[in-house]
Design a protein around this ligand. Structure first.
Ligand code: C2E
Ligand code: MG
Ligand code: MG
Length: 294
């Protein structure tokens, strides 16, 4: 084994020590190397995935209290030639770290807008909204507003049909800049939802200032709404909050009729979760929309 390899090992151990908060000792362990190699492999595969057309979008239906279809959230899926379907939880963090999320996010936005455009020829699909998740790296780019506007123009769609999902950490990083960007896009009709609401630093001060349209109650609160008193109180408070701020409320992760009943009684207006449908490919989603209509 050469000196280079030895130095590389020492380097890996040093990084682990830094990750552990510095001022600690870490010995090199072959497992460390394996995890780094796995990561490097995933990263290079991720780089090629866009070019190779390995990404596609799944659609998860959003319904109103009468279970009428309002639209869908688009969720990214990576169809890896060897690994099969890779969940976003496994590659989005890496895509964010490496900056690849910028290209991937642009692709997702374009694809969602293109789908809205294709639906304009079909009566029942014409009014469906699509919600698109936006990552921190994307949103904090100075040209984010221009990118969204350019996409809307290229696809020639009604901006009212596009909803962008942001999370608290994305928005609060630089709240003034966030407000400016949101306002610029709201002016042309784009809607905004706060994803994973209740899991972050939810404060009334920021809620008052942000030009939001919708709060999305995180699934962690919905999960035990019919059994845990504390979660029930949280959800009721969030729904009241939304009503007082004149925001639409959507609950995510609704899996059972009991959860749906509970949310409905508290005044929740929109719903998303396995109870209605899992995220599915486009053709299945369209079938579901038609099946619910006739
Ligand atoms: P999210 O935006 O909060 O999406 C909701 C997640 O909950 C999705 O997982 C969805 O499949 C799952 N889910 C929906 N209904 C239920 C339910 O009833 N029960 C349970 N247990 N889970 C349910 P998914 O598709 O794995 O996405 C995970 C996260 O990855 C998303 O969380 C979002 O933060 C991120 N993500 C997905 N697509 C994109 C994308 O295009 N761009 C960016 N930046 N992030 C994305
Ligand atoms: Mg989301
Ligand atoms: Mg969420």
């Amino acid at each position: 084994r050469g000196v280079d390899e030895l130095l590389q090992w020492a380097d890996i151990a040093m990084y682990r020590a830094k990750e552990a908060g510095r001022n600690v000792v870490r010995f090199f362990d072959p497992v460390m190397q394996e995890s780094i190699e796995r990561r490097a492999a995933l990263e290079s595969e991720l780089r090629d995935a866009l070019e190779h057309g390995e990404f596609n979008l799944f659609y998860q239906v959003q319904v109103d209290a009468g279970r009428k279809v309002l639209g869908a959230e688009v969720l990214l899926r990576w169809q890896h030639p060897q690994r099969g379907m890779v969940a976003p939880g496994e590659f989005i963090p890496l895509a964010e770290e490496t900056g690849l999320i910028l290209q991937i996010g642009a692709w997702v936005l374009d694809e969602a807008c293109a789908q809205i455009a294709r639906w304009q020829y079909f009566g029942v699909l014409r009014d469906l909204t699509l919600a698109v998740n936006v990552s921190a790296r994307q949103f904090t780019r100075p040209d984010f507003v221009d990118q969204v506007k350019a996409t809307l123009q290229r696809q020639a769609i009604n901006p009212l049909l596009l909803k962008l999902e942001l999370t608290e950490s994305v928005v609060l990083d630089d709240i003034d800049a966030s407000i400016d960007k949101m306002k610029a896009l709201k002016e042309i009709g784009v809607h905004f939802a706060m994803d994973d609401f209740g899991t972050g630093y939810s404060s009334l001060a920021y809620l008052k200032r942000l030009p939001l349209d919708q709060l999305k109650i995180d699934q962690s609160f919905v999960r035990e709404i019919d059994t845990a008193q504390a979660d029930r109180v949280m959800v009721m408070t969030m729904i009241d909050l939304g009503m007082n701020f004149e925001l639409d409320i959507i609950a995510e992760g609704v899996e059972t009729e009991a959860q749906f009943d509970c949310l409905y009684r508290y005044g929740c207006a929109s719903f998303q979760g396995y109870l209605f449908s899992r995220p599915v490919p486009l053709d299945e989603f369209e079938k579901l929309v038609f099946a619910r209509l006739f």
